[in-house]
Write a protein that binds this ligand. Structure first.
Ligand code: GRG
Length: 310
């Protein structure tokens, strides 16, 4: 399976340059090596039984793009913060993302057998272990942030921000709408659901990066506005890939939304309109970055996410 970052002209004048590609790889490498360190620690401390620990790390290391950690680390960097101090929080966010994917794949949710080109967690370890591995990742994430080197007050803000974004008014709330078969899915409700289900963790990533750097209110607001637009574009792109993507690159079968009777942006408005909306939202997201200096990488990353093929 070829899953490489390509250097390409994506839209108007934006190019995912070799420099940005290398920076993204560097952020992913930092995240992966910190995750390895945290894994050693969790094994040493004997958090829970071996198979659960294995299931947690199986899913965490299954080949995710590490977009959320990259956003957190980069927002922290461009706001003048200490990236090393926010690195554990970036890993914690990736753990929460992984928990959501493990639970989303369970038979009681989307019932997906493949994730990132590998058997999903419950296929590899069984349903009970997968459920518990997800629960354990969620809780480990808050433990990691609490024990990190950020100032105590910052940690409280980070935890409060994150728990809101994960909870019933955030990602989980979005999943509740997604799994409520008795609601009529309008375009407005779909956007609300996308903002919660997909946008919340991206928003947490961008805002926590700023919070860790003590950024001012204007920057926080811009980071939030950026993430809201990005979240919608990201999910619409996910819908597009589910219709027109390459199964080998995606690491999962396409057409699952249609098969499960899900309303998506594509099913409501068609492929062409979806592409246009994703592009418009991407441009709007990028314009929010003008409130930050040294924003070239983030602009290119935003474009890359629109052009991605997995
Ligand atoms: C708490 C049970 C429970 C579910 C939460 C967010 C969510 C609901 C489930 C995850 C599945 C899903 C469709 C999420 C939408 C966001 C999205 C497109 C996730 C995929 O993110 P990528 O592309 O994945 O960053 P990788 O594999 O690269 O990390």
């Amino acid at each position: 399976m070829t899953r490489k970052w390509g250097t390409s002209k994506i839209m108007d004048n934006y190019i995912f340059s070799e420099r940005s590609k290398a920076h993204l790889d560097e952020l992913a490498a930092m995240t992966n090596s910190e995750l390895e360190r945290l894994k050693e620690n969790s094994a040493k401390n004997g958090y829970c039984k071996k198979s659960i620990v294995e299931a947690m790390w199986y899913s965490l290391s299954a080949g995710g793009k590490r977009i959320r950690p990259a956003l957190m680390l980069e927002f922290c960097r461009i706001c003048g913060g200490d990236v090393k101090k926010v690195l554990p929080s970036a890993c914690a966010l990736e753990m929460i993302h992984t928990f959501s994917l493990i639970h989303d794949d369970l038979p009681c949710m989307d019932d997906d057998d493949l994730r990132r080109g590998k058997p999903s967690c419950h296929k590899a370890y069984g349903e009970a272990e997968a459920l518990l591995a997800g629960d354990a990742l969620l809780n480990l994430s808050y433990e990691i942030i609490s024990g990190s080197d950020l100032p105590a007050e910052t940690k409280i803000t980070v935890i409060s921000e994150l728990s809101r974004d994960v909870g019933i008014n955030g990602m989980i709330g979005g999943q509740v709408i997604d799994t409520s078969y008795n609601v009529e899915m309008t375009g407005d409700l779909l956007f609300e659901m996308y903002g919660m289900k997909t946008g919340s963790l991206l928003k947490a990533a961008c805002k926590i990066g700023c919070i860790a750097a003590n950024a001012d209110e204007t920057k926080l607001k811009s980071a939030e506005a950026y993430a809201e637009k990005l979240g919608l574009a990201f999910q619409i792109k996910d819908d597009i890939l589910d219709v027109s993507g390459d199964e080998k690159l995606l690491g999962k079968p396409i057409g699952s939304d249609k098969e499960s009777g899900k309303t998506t942006y594509v099913s409501l408005y068609g492929l062409e309109e979806s592409r246009k909306t994703a592009e418009k939202l991407t441009k709007e997201a990028i314009s929010e970055l003008d409130n930050f200096g040294d924003n070239e990488f983030l602009k290119e990353l935003t474009m890359f996410l629109l052009a991605r093929n997995y």
